[in-house]
Design a protein around this ligand. Structure first.
Ligand SMILES: [Mn+2]
Length: 358
């Protein structure tokens, strides 16, 4: 019997921890499942899985390196900024990183990390090294995708026009300061300078799916706030589109069609289905959309790993605020290899801290 499993998770969005240094609740944290993650790793490395070869694949947006307190302006993100951010994330999730470190002590355990749009900063050499120093030198970083055994894994932001970036020109010389800075996509710039300042009052703002339905709902039931936010959004766009810096003007040369296309998010699923239809890959795994999904296409599979952060679902079939600790389990004992979408429930918890709703 082949004792190999691979676990794929994505979009954990680890921030600087639950609490600020003053002991207050950190409104910018999105990941609250350190203990559940410890149990998850514990389960797949003990009991039945004791002598298994286990690979943990973190498919993008592992770290939320886009946090506005250090990165004041999206056009000046340096390597040192991202190292400092990573340092704070590791400090804020000590239990999580200790677990990864211990997991890697066993040579039949592996970790692969694929870069996503929230952790584009992993493309910096010093950031990668810093992460390896705190987990293991055996950690492998994949700049865009990872393929093996007829399986294709990618975060998926590159099929979303507002969040895609090329790894070839991800690091550029700033025209202002002349030092190397991260060349972030429009979407990241928007998150940094528009969403973040508003998260203190609307912490759910970047977790609403689909945003299009929310705008409609907001116009009806939260009219004033929604109209004000929409006007601010238009102003944000115009200010950048006609900015004195030509570099910035160029980045904002986008149309309303681009925005609508990006809000739909269905193009990522279409791409996955096209890869399955037209290539020899048997399994395609994406993340990015924060919607867990499993589609079968002619004996082939597309899976989306979803997210471990909560989402505010505006869909008519299942509205509300949900958290599902979803992951993909790739099982090598089946022939051919099968992947399944699963949800981690972990151990029963007698009590838990309640997160404030706003
Ligand atoms: Mn994400």
């Amino acid at each position: 019997m082949t004792k190999i499993i691979k676990l794929v998770v994505s979009d954990l969005h680890l921030g600087r921890g639950r609490f600020t240094s003053e002991g207050m609740r950190n409104p910018y944290e999105d990941f609250f499942f350190d203990e559940s993650f410890v149990e998850f790793i514990g389960y797949y490395t003990s009991g039945h899985y004791t002598d298994y070869d286990v690979e943990l694949i973190i498919n993008g947006d592992f770290l939320n390196l886009l946090q506005a307190d250090i990165l004041k302006d999206g056009f000046t993100i340096t390597e040192a900024d991202n190292v400092l951010m990573l340092q704070r994330i590791i400090k804020g999730h000590a239990l999580f990183f200790d677990t990864l470190k211990q997991f890697m002590y066993a040579l039949n355990h592996h970790i692969s990390i694929i870069v996503g749009n929230h952790d584009q900063g992993l493309l910096w050499g010093r950031v990668e090294n810093f992460l390896k120093t705190h987990i293991s030198p055996r950690v492998e970083i994949y700049r865009r995708s990872k393929t093996f055994d007829s399986i294709y894994i990618e975060h998926g932001n590159n099929y979303d026009i507002l969040n895609g970036f090329s790894t070839a020109d991800s690091i550029q010389k700033s025209p202002v300061t002349n030092e190397p800075v991260l060349n972030i996509p429009w979407g990241s710039y928007f998150v940094l300078t528009f969403i973040y300042p508003r998260k203190k009052n609307m912490p759910y703002l970047d977790r609403i799916k689909p945003l299009k339905k929310y705008i409609r709902w907001g116009l009806l039931f939260d009219t004033r706030k929604t109209v004000v936010t929409l006007i601010q959004m238009v102003w944000f766009y115009l200010r950048n589109r006609f900015h004195s810096d030509p570099h910035r003007r160029r980045k904002f040369r986008i149309t309303i069609e681009h925005v609508m296309e990006s809000l739909k998010l269905s193009s990522i699923t279409d791409i996955a289905v096209a890869i399955l239809r037209h290539t020899n890959y048997r399994i395609v795994i994406f993340g990015h959309t924060h919607r867990a999904m499993h589609i079968e296409v002619q004996e082939k599979q597309y899976l989306n790993t979803g997210t471990w952060t909560d989402i505010v679902d505006m869909g008519i079939d299942n509205p509300g605020r949900h958290t599902k600790l979803t992951y993909v389990l790739i099982d090598y004992s089946a022939n051919p290899i099968r992947a399944s979408l699963r949800e981690w429930h972990g151990h029963y918890r007698i009590e838990n801290e309640v997160r404030a709703l706003s």
